[in-house]
Design a protein around this ligand. Structure first.
Ligand code: F6R
Length: 244
């Protein structure tokens, strides 16, 4: 695990954007496969990548992207769907083909079959070259809450009360937050060839400590990253507060 303590959130985003840029340039016209997350953590990185696209012509034209997760029951164009979030915050502002920005279908009539199909579509694309992750205050990655199996693949999950509460800031009331999601599993995430996790702010400090310095345990799903051969954790000073 490489740990980088950035001086602030802006520098953290720029460091993560550097990793994405390297992969995009390396893969060139062969087309990089990007693993994207939603939530607030990656937004500054997306902003930086958009700026590089506009300023220095960084191109995503040959790339494709897979989202980590999606709420079950929200139409793709719902304000809070991750399908829409990623377009509004990132992909609509760069030259990646929209039909190659893929996410689990939260409205699929059979969510279990959709999970299997989604997992297979990542494999068919040759796997993810670089995956960006955020981390939940309880150590979740994707929507793999504590006690998720390290061998899990894309599947249906029920969110914990804490995550529903954390996410309710985006909805007009906690009752509106869907409680079921489709999420890539921990094993699916671990198959990405490179992973970059970004965490900023004191609220993430305990989770960052458990992920990096705690035991590898299903109690902190992100601790599985200790077993990955190529993972970089980029934190600001606040999120690094409990690291020894
Ligand atoms: C988002 C996701 C989640 C978030 C995590 C942190 O696609 O899978 O694991 O990364 O909940 O969320 P923020 O970044 O909003 O603190």
């Amino acid at each position: 695990m490489e740990i980088i303590i950035a001086k602030d959130a802006e520098q953290a985003a720029s460091l993560v954007a550097d990793r994405f840029e390297e992969v995009l340039r390396e893969r060139g016209t062969e087309g990089a496969v990007l693993g994207l997350a939603t939530g607030s953590s990656p937004v500054a990185t997306y902003r930086e990548l958009i700026a590089r696209h506009r300023g220095s012509g960084l191109s995503f034209a040959a790339a494709r992207a897979f989202l980590l997760d999606e709420y079950i029951g929200l139409p793709a164009d719902h304000e809070q769907s991750y399908h829409r979030f990623i377009r509004e915050n990132f992909t609509a502002h760069v030259d990646i083909p929209d039909q190659l920005v893929l996410s689990p279908d939260g409205e699929a009539p059979d969510p279990r079959a959709e999970a299997v199909r989604y997992d297979a579509s990542i494999a068919e694309a040759g796997g993810v070259d670089i995956q960006i992750l955020g981390i939940g205050a309880n150590g979740h990655i994707g929507f793999n809450e504590p006690s998720s199996s390290f061998a899990s693949r894309t599947r249906v999950k029920t969110l914990t009360e804490q995550t529903v509460k954390d996410n309710s800031r985006f909805f007009s009331s906690p009752e509106e937050v869907p409680i079921h999601v489709l999420t890539q599993g921990l094993e699916t995430i671990r198959e990405a060839r490179q992973i970059v996790l970004i965490a900023t702010g004191e609220g993430k400090a305990q989770a960052v400590h458990s992920m990096v310095e705690g035991p590898v345990s299903a109690e902190c799903p992100a601790s599985i990253l200790q077993m990955h051969p190529r993972v970089t954790i980029v934190v600001d000073e606040d999120a690094a507060r409990h690291l020894t």
